[in-house]
Design a protein around this ligand. Structure first.
Ligand code: HEC
Ligand code: HEC
Ligand code: HEC
Ligand code: HEC
Ligand code: HEC
Ligand code: HEC
Length: 361
């Protein structure tokens, strides 16, 4: 074979591949841009609705909203979410729900029509995902990119075919694109971390909340604030309304003459969220963060009677929350391998799954 023919056969697939990649990148960029508002609605849901509702995580204070968009008329939902009061007073369907929920009325959460529509779009989309339990909003809702996966599949097939026909250089070019698209498909650099590099992570927080004070000295149960751990994949961080259960009255620490400036911040942030429906919710900085391609469920572990401290360390002594465990794959596996002889006796069952699909979808 002459030098020239091998060069031209090198050029064609490479250019075709580049064009294809650009096209799909554009498609993917568009998909990400339009999911931005869904992300905002997810944030809104977590701040305003998640203390009472789950989407697929089971009944909470209010109904599980999975599939509610097919149970109810859209206009009814938009109206109800904006202001449930007139419905709970007069509408037959709402009155029936109210009776079912022991006369506990959904409060008026003050959202605009556009926000209500966004919330409905979000609930609909969350109802469709295979693992609908709510995760923290900053994790993003798109762990991997569908166009990325598509390119990956096409390129992998191409590489295989080209290498069968013996064109080594073409196969090598395709393989490089293939690896790059796999990297992109699974979230790229946004989710990249070195194993174990987050142990000890201790980010600053907007309010100096202390677990040592609340869980330690005041002995408030972990589940009072993180009840999600029993019911869903994620434990969840409590909304400010939970803090206000006490801090509506407690404005200073014992022994101090002046009100606590840290508590004043809670009250101000809470008042802002109540008086202005459009204000973005208050956000804590996330401490623990598994990559999106890992599935972890609090419910499964708590149901087996594992204690929070077995994974999170002595939280009740932490004035500022830190990541005590490495959260690497080896850390999960080592515990799943424990035998009845080594495992703590308070667990109901010993031995977690070791197959890849249990932790990676
Ligand atoms: C304080 C608790 C609470 C909050 C916060 C709350 N809800 Fe509700 N929600 C309820 C309860 C309880 C019901 C059942 C009706 C009743 O008893 O008032 C309900 C009913 C509903 C229904 C009707 C469900 C069905 O099966 O038809 C929808 C939809 C809904 N809520 C959406 C939302 C959205 C969206 C938010 C956030 C903007 C929200 N709720 C915030 C407690 C709450
Ligand atoms: C009074 C409410 C309250 C109680 C009680 C409480 N927490 Fe928290 N927890 C919070 C708040 C608020 C945050 C977010 C701020 C922070 O990270 O300090 C948080 C954060 C956390 C985080 C880190 C979340 C992340 O971003 O990764 C863990 C883990 C945690 N709590 C575990 C526990 C455990 C275990 C207990 C019981 C020993 C407990 N908490 C008791 C309110 C509470
Ligand atoms: C088997 C180990 C394990 C146990 C037991 C456990 N956690 Fe976690 N926890 C984790 C891991 C792993 C993450 C990170 C999850 C992620 O990033 O998706 C986490 C994250 C969290 C977070 C922050 C993210 C979220 O899920 O909302 C909180 C809050 C939390 N845990 C609280 C608790 C509380 C409270 C308990 C006890 C009731 C508990 N955890 C028990 C392993 C555990
Ligand atoms: C069950 C009641 C209760 C709940 C719920 C509660 N706190 Fe507290 N908190 C207290 C009490 C009581 C004190 C004062 C302790 C003392 O006297 O030293 C306090 C003190 C504080 C302080 C100390 C301020 C300082 O100047 O040292 C901060 C900050 C605080 N709380 C934040 C929060 C946040 C944030 C939440 C919600 C996640 C919350 N608290 C939920 C009861 C509660
Ligand atoms: C301290 C011990 C311990 C650690 C650490 C631990 N697990 Fe587990 N896990 C268990 C035990 C015990 C079971 C079995 C529970 C049962 O059979 O009910 C289990 C069960 C599971 C299951 C099956 C239940 C389900 O959700 O369907 C999954 C998945 C899982 N663990 C994932 C993880 C991941 C991911 C990590 C690391 C981020 C992890 N685990 C860390 C002890 C642990
Ligand atoms: C018990 C849960 C669990 C099981 C079972 C499991 N993994 Fe993982 N895997 C994890 C966690 C957690 C991480 C994230 C580690 C990190 O971020 O440091 C991970 C990360 C990875 C990574 C990314 C590389 C890295 O180390 O960061 C690959 C690749 C991987 N797993 C492949 C596999 C394969 C193949 C299997 C089956 C043989 C498997 N996993 C089984 C929990 C699990």
């Amino acid at each position: 074979m002459s030098q020239r023919t091998s060069r031209s056969s090198f050029g064609v697939p490479a250019r075709a591949v580049a064009a294809f990649v650009l096209l799909l990148a554009a498609v993917s960029a568009h998909a990400e841009a339009s999911s931005g508002s869904l992300h905002d609605s997810a944030m809104l849901f977590i701040h305003r609705c998640a203390q009472c509702h789950t989407v697929g995580g089971g009944r909470g204070v209010g109904p599980d909203l999975a599939g509610v968009t097919s149970r109810r008329d859209k206009d009814w939902l938009v109206g109800f979410i904006q202001n449930p009061d007139p419905y709970l007073d007069k509408d037959a369907q709402a009155k029936k729900l109210l009776a079912e929920y022991g006369d506990l009325r959904m409060e008026n959460v003050h959202v605009t029509k556009a926000q209500a529509e966004g919330l409905i779009a979000f609930i609909q989309s969350a109802s469709q995902t295979p693992s609908p339990e709510l995760r923290s909003p900053d994790e993003g809702w798109h762990g991997f990119s569908v166009p990325g996966l598509l390119i990956f599949a096409v390129l992998a097939a191409g590489t295989l075919i080209v290498s069968v026909f013996g064109a080594r250089r073409d196969a090598a070019v395709l393989a490089v694109f293939c690896a790059a698209s796999a990297y992109w498909a699974f979230g790229g650099w946004r989710y990249f971390r070195l194993p174990g590099d987050q142990q000890g992570h201790i980010p600053p927080q907007p309010i100096a909340f202390s677990h040592e004070l609340h869980a330690g000295r005041l002995t408030i149960s972990c589940l009072y604030c993180h009840g999600g751990a029993q019911r869903s994949d994620s434990a969840g961080v409590p909304p400010l309304s939970v803090c206000m259960n006490c801090h509506v009255a407690v404005r200073s620490v014992s022994g101090a003459k002046e009100p606590s400036p840290e508590i004043a911040k809670i009250v101000a942030a809470y008042d802002a969220s109540v008086s202005s429906p459009t204000a973005r919710g208050f956000a804590w900085n996330r401490v623990h963060h598994l990559p999106d391609y890992v599935h972890f469920s609090h419910r499964a572990h708590i149901a087996n009677n594992l204690q929070c401290q077995e994974c999170h360390g002595p939280v009740q002594t932490m004035t500022r929350m830190r990541q005590a465990a490495p959260l690497t794959m080896g850390w999960c596996i080592n515990c799943h391998r424990l035998t009845p002889k080594d495992a703590p006796s308070h667990w109901k069952r010993v031995g977690g799954p070791l197959d890849c699909a249990s932790c990676h979808f």
